[in-house]
Design a protein around this ligand. Structure first.
Ligand SMILES: Nc1ncnc2c1ncn2[C@@H]1O[C@H](COP(=O)(O)OP(=O)(O)OP(=O)(O)O)[C@@H](O)[C@H]1O
Length: 551
């Protein structure tokens, strides 16, 4: 079996794309209801071979639902199916399961990784498509005793990785690899499939740093040049401008428009998505931070978070500051907040308002008025099968005795207070839902993130740590989240520590930004420092060059 990437037929000499006029995929008049609520209404989507087609829409617009239909996901069929037609290469198809979708040549690069950590990269790429040795004896064996051709599998995996310019060895295990690599392994798995015609990238850059995202966009262009049609779901409109040929925009389950990239711009796309004009992000006001008392002091702080280790780190964060933590994936930026909150083993000294914090004890961190919005909202952030209102209230109930009626001998939860508070949060953060009783699993990704933020705010924190707060959030909601952080800082004086892979986001709202490299602070910059300084710090070169007096 040969890897398909440049075997797909729609290329012409030199690998220049032959963007066929025929559509490879056509979804017509697609409608879908969930429990009586219409979430897609007569949607059309048409894509040609070799085209990169961006599918845009706010959180909850219906993008994932449309893709779930394309993949024949059970969530669609177990909830009454859908209306409309799907055609592949001009032929009507019924797609009743993901397996059938794969057989038809539809692939998906997932937002949440679907890799098996204990397997090697090759084993993950070839999972369920293992190659069997072709010698005479092996041919005679029953299937269960046939020998796998590991050499050939490694070769093909290598070829797929090379196509993506990934230097990593194919025989190493996936466990512990940085997030950026995981994404590429997912892609390698898809492009290694022989018959792939349509490849869906669902917010592929949401978990990547800027340089990793650049590489990914390049890889996408290369894959499209081989003739594969790409559906690209993203909330980052600059990426759309960089790689997309055409764009389909959904809003509240309605088809809004289809446009050629050349006939639109970022502002128009944003407006079409949200149905109103988007103002630019609010900016914090400059503050004389360093005269304030220290709110958080870290000395020789170490956190054993796999892939994000923090090593002997020293840092002071001032009261009332919005403090940014940036850096490349795998350098330790994510470990800092997780360590302070006691979620990963840590050692060293942490002072909160001058008083030592007991480490490795999440309850203690919450008692000391810290709250955390984790980057891993599905893993540690949310109770997916519980209502929005309970998700918002539960941590404050357990740790701060909020929403409890005290009857001397026992206490009982106050449904009324929980409901009133949830309704207020839903309004303040514009959580799109059917009501406070809706279970969180049924919310779109962005709205789940807003529930995490609401839960943290419910703890009335004095120090709020937020990790990747706008990952997977649409442009309208992003502004809302960042504006909310600024407001909490300005009006309630909350010290905010925000960790983000998006430097632009940090520079837009932070008073100071620390860049983490190899588990330590490489340096602290003001938001208006030069791009060169940021770039050098991110690559860990800043201090080396400074010591040589090059800068
Ligand atoms: N399993 C489900 N049961 C009920 N409603 C659902 C389910 N999955 C999604 N929905 C609803 O369908 C609508 C569309 O959600 P969908 O996840 O398709 O949006 P999206 O555009 O992908 O959003 P995001 O950008 O946040 O991922 C939302 O109102 C959501 O609450």
């Amino acid at each position: 079996m040969q890897p398909c990437i440049f075997k797909n037929s729609n290329t012409i000499e030199g690998g220049i794309p032959l963007k066929s006029q025929e559509s490879v995929l056509k979804m017509s008049n697609i409608s879908k209801e969930y429990y009586g609520t219409r979430v897609l209404n007569n949607i059309n989507l048409e894509i040609r071979a070799g085209e990169i087609h961006a599918l845009l829409g706010e959180n909850g617009a219906g993008k994932s639902t449309l893709m779930n239909i394309l993949f024949g996901m059970s969530v669609i069929h177990s909830t009454g199916g859908f209306d409309g037609e799907i055609e592949l290469d001009g032929e009507k198809v019924d797609i009743n399961s993901p397996l059938q979708a794969m057989d038809l040549g539809i692939g998906m690069v997932h937002q949440e990784f679907m890799l098996i950590p204990g397997y090697t990269i090759t084993e993950n790429i070839k999972l369920n498509r293992e190659l069997i040795k072709k010698d005479f004896i092996n041919n005679l064996m029953p299937t269960s005793l046939k020998q796998i051709d590991l050499d050939e599998m490694n070769k093909e995996a290598r070829k797929a990785l090379d196509t993506l310019d990934i230097g990593i060895e194919e025989w190493i295990k996936v466990a512990g690899l940085p997030v950026g690599y995981m994404q590429f392994i997912e892609i390698a798995r898809e492009i290694d499939k022989q018959n792939i015609k349509v490849l869906v990238f669902d917010e592929p850059t949401a978990v990547l740093t800027e340089s990793e995202a650049d590489n990914l966009l390049k890889a996408m262009k290369k894959i499209a040049r081989s003739g594969i049609a790409i559906i690209f779901i993203t909330h980052r409109l600059d990426e759309v401008m960089e790689v997309a040929d055409n764009i389909t925009i959904l809003r509240d389950g309605q088809f809004i428009t289809r446009k050629s990239k050349d006939d639109t711009n970022v502002f128009e796309m944003a407006e079409l998505m949200v149905g109103r004009q988007i103002e630019s992000l609010a900016k914090h006001e400059a503050k004389d931070i360093e005269n304030q008392p220290v709110a958080v002091s870290l000395r020789k702080f170490n956190v054993a978070m796999p892939g994000e280790e923090v090593r002997d780190l020293n840092l002071d964060i001032y009261k009332g500051e919005i403090f940014g933590i940036g850096g490349l994936a795998g350098q330790g930026k994510i470990g800092i907040a997780n360590g302070i909150m006691g979620l990963y083993p840590s050692r060293g000294n942490v002072l909160i308002d001058g008083q030592p914090l007991a480490l490795n004890n999440p309850k203690e961190s919450i008692k000391r008025n810290l709250a955390f919005v984790s980057e891993d909202r599905r893993g540690v952030g949310l109770l997916l099968d519980t209502s929005i209102e309970m998700n918002i209230a539960i941590t404050a109930m357990q740790n701060k005795n909020k929403f409890l009626r005290d009857y001397k001998l026992f206490s009982q939860k106050s449904h009324r207070q929980i409901r009133t508070h949830a309704l207020d949060m839903i309004k303040q953060l514009d959580i799109r839902c059917t009501g406070p009783e809706q279970i969180v699993r049924r919310l779109s990704g962005g709205n789940q993130q807003k529930v995490c933020i609401a839960r943290a705010l419910t703890l009335d924190p004095m120090i709020l740590l937020v990790s990747e707060p706008t990952r997977g959030i649409d442009i309208g909601a992003k502004k809302l989240v960042l504006d909310t952080l600024i407001k909490l800082n300005k009006e309630l004086g909350i010290t905010i520590i925000i960790t983000s892979s998006e430097l632009a986001e940090l520079r837009s709202i932070c008073h100071r930004i620390a860049i983490v490299s190899e588990g330590k602070i490489e340096g602290i910059l003001m938001p208006d420092a030069s791009d060169t300084d940021y770039g050098l710090m991110m690559s860990g070169e800043y201090n080396k060059l400074k010591s040589k007096e090059v800068i």
